[in-house]
Design a protein. Structure first.
Length: 153
């Protein structure tokens, strides 16, 4: 399995230079479109296939394209919320999380380190993308979030 973060970061400099020189953008597909490609990516990217590709809920978003600008991806690939957690001191935090999300361990660690007030809604057996569209996730998450925001308004 490739380290996609390092792989994409290695191309951001060239993409930035191309954009500066010509105005052209360099795109890549974050969601693997074949079984072969899916086998060589991180679980989070593989999990995106069940949400974003044709025939799945996320593909119904009319303007979504399976492309990400490599030049602009650098900020995403180098960002860590842990570096700015102190900026959230005393800011209410509501987190809805699927226990099977690829990033669940990091998300739980972030939640534990965040200051109060905070509330966690954990969906056992659900992945990250399940929370986007499955009614058994969306409805309770929406209700809990609304109540949380109202209580901290």
């Amino acid at each position: 399995m490739k380290n996609l973060r390092d792989y994409y970061l290695s191309g951001t400099s060239a993409a930035r230079q191309l954009h500066f020189d010509t105005g052209d953008d360099t795109y890549f597909s974050p969601v693997p479109e074949t079984k072969e490609a899916e086998a060589s990516v991180l679980p989070i990217a593989a999990g995106m296939t069940q949400y974003y590709l044709p025939g799945h809920p996320g593909a119904e978003c009319g303007k979504w394209k399976n492309e990400l600008n490599l030049y602009n991806a650098e900020s995403i690939l180098t960002f860590s919320a842990f570096n700015v957690i102190s900026l959230m001191d005393d800011i209410p935090l509501f987190m809805a999380l699927g226990s099977e999300a690829y990033t669940a361990d990091n998300s739980l660690s972030f939640f534990e380190q965040a200051s109060d007030p905070k509330e966690l809604l954990l969906f056992e057996g659900k992945g990250h993308f399940d929370l986007y569209w499955q009614p058994e996730c969306v409805a309770p998450a929406s209700e809990k979030l609304a109540a949380f925001l109202l209580s901290h308004a």
